[in-house]
Design a protein around this ligand. Structure first.
Ligand SMILES: NC(=O)c1ccc[n+]([C@@H]2O[C@H](COP(=O)([O-])OP(=O)(O)OC[C@H]3O[C@@H](n4cnc5c(N)ncnc54)[C@H](OP(=O)(O)O)[C@@H]3O)[C@@H](O)[C@H]2O)c1
Length: 289
């Protein structure tokens, strides 16, 4: 049993990690208003007064466009707060686990990214997340960074829920067809990370998403076909393709192709992440049964 201090316990990912790990470990999960990680002195005091084996950071300023305008807050939450966390955990000889993103890449490689590919963020969000990674990995060799992308799960609606919902209501369905990535089921992330509570597993940087990649449109059409199979009254399983360039409301540039290889994670834990299709099927089955 590990003693886990989890910050950001009401986020899409944090809530799942707190619930799943709470079944087997001693989890203290904090969210706003108990903790505002942008208040660095308060965060430092909270950490110094806490004892734990594992410190997990589920907080982030995840609104990519807002990060362009609220630059100071983005840097504080995404980089300076994890810096403090990584230092506190290092001082205690504990392990800090930080969550990062495929947006550290520019998305033009043309094949799946591995952990040894250098980051080249296109947005302030990506730059601040990369900084948070660097602080974490520099603070202690046992610390970990897991990069996820396109997170979905039961704790907060994501693209999958939105597209099924729109189809049930008979609304017009459109999705970007020329941006691809690797969807990540929050429940699977809990399983992938848990083995690393064992200090014998190495620290470092890992890509942690479901295997394979797809466009937003393929992700949505797969979800709609599965929903129909489950008896959900979707009105259509087809989505009109649109281009990334059509998204005039996007402020920050998005990396076009960010499939991530999960070979390193599979090697460290001994089991490969299942495909994104299996993960989406499983999620929808749980949601609609
Ligand atoms: N969602 C994705 O598709 C995606 C993709 C790639 C990487 N990631 C990474 O995955 C991790 C988890 O993200 P998520 O998907 O779970 O997003 P999320 O639902 O937005 O969770 C982030 C949490 O951080 C909290 N937070 C933000 N600023 C805070 C502050 N100053 N003090 C305390 N809490 C604060 C938010 O609380 P409020 O709601 O109160 O603001 C929210 O609960 C992040 O590191 C993110 O960068 C996510």
């Amino acid at each position: 049993v590990s003693r886990i201090l989890l910050l950001g316990g009401k986020g899409r990912l944090g809530a799942m990690l707190a619930r799943k790990w709470g079944e087997r470990h001693e989890v203290r999960s904090l969210a706003r208003p108990e903790v505002d990680v942008s208040d660095l002195p308060a965060l430092k005091a909270l950490l110094e007064g806490s004892s734990y084996d594992i410190l997990l950071n589920g907080t982030a300023l995840t609104n990519v466009d807002r990060c362009e305008s609220d630059r100071y807050e983005a840097q504080t939450v995404n980089a300076l707060a994890p810096k403090l966390m990584s230092e506190d955990a290092a001082a205690k000889g504990a392990r800090f686990i930080h969550i990062s993103t495929d947006y550290v890449f520019d998305g033009v490689k043309g094949s799946a990214y591995s952990e040894s590919d250098p980051g080249n963020p296109m947005s302030h969000y990506g730059r601040t997340k990369l900084e948070g990674e660097d602080f974490t990995l520099q603070a202690a060799p046992q610390h970990l960074v897991f990069r996820v992308s396109w997170v979905f799960g039961p704790d907060k609606p994501s693209f999958v829920d939105m597209i099924v919902d729109r189809s049930i209501k008979g609304e017009k369905l459109e999705a970007i067809a020329d941006k691809t990535s690797s969807p990540t089921f929050s429940a699977d992330v809990a399983e992938w990370i848990e083995p690393f509570f064992d200090p014998a597993l190495p620290g470092g940087l890992f890509h942690a998403c479901n295997s394979g990649s797809c466009s937003w449109r393929e992700w949505g059409e797969h979800a709609l076909r599965k929903a129909r199979e489950l008896g959900v009254p979707v009105t259509s399983t087809e989505i009109r393709p649109i281009g990334l360039a059509d998204m005039k409301a996007f402020v920050a540039p998005r990396p076009p192709h960010t499939e991530m290889s999960v070979a390193k994670l599979a090697q460290a834990t001994g089991f490969p992440p299942r495909s994104w299709q299996e993960a989406v099927d499983d999620y929808l089955q749980q949601k609609f049964s």
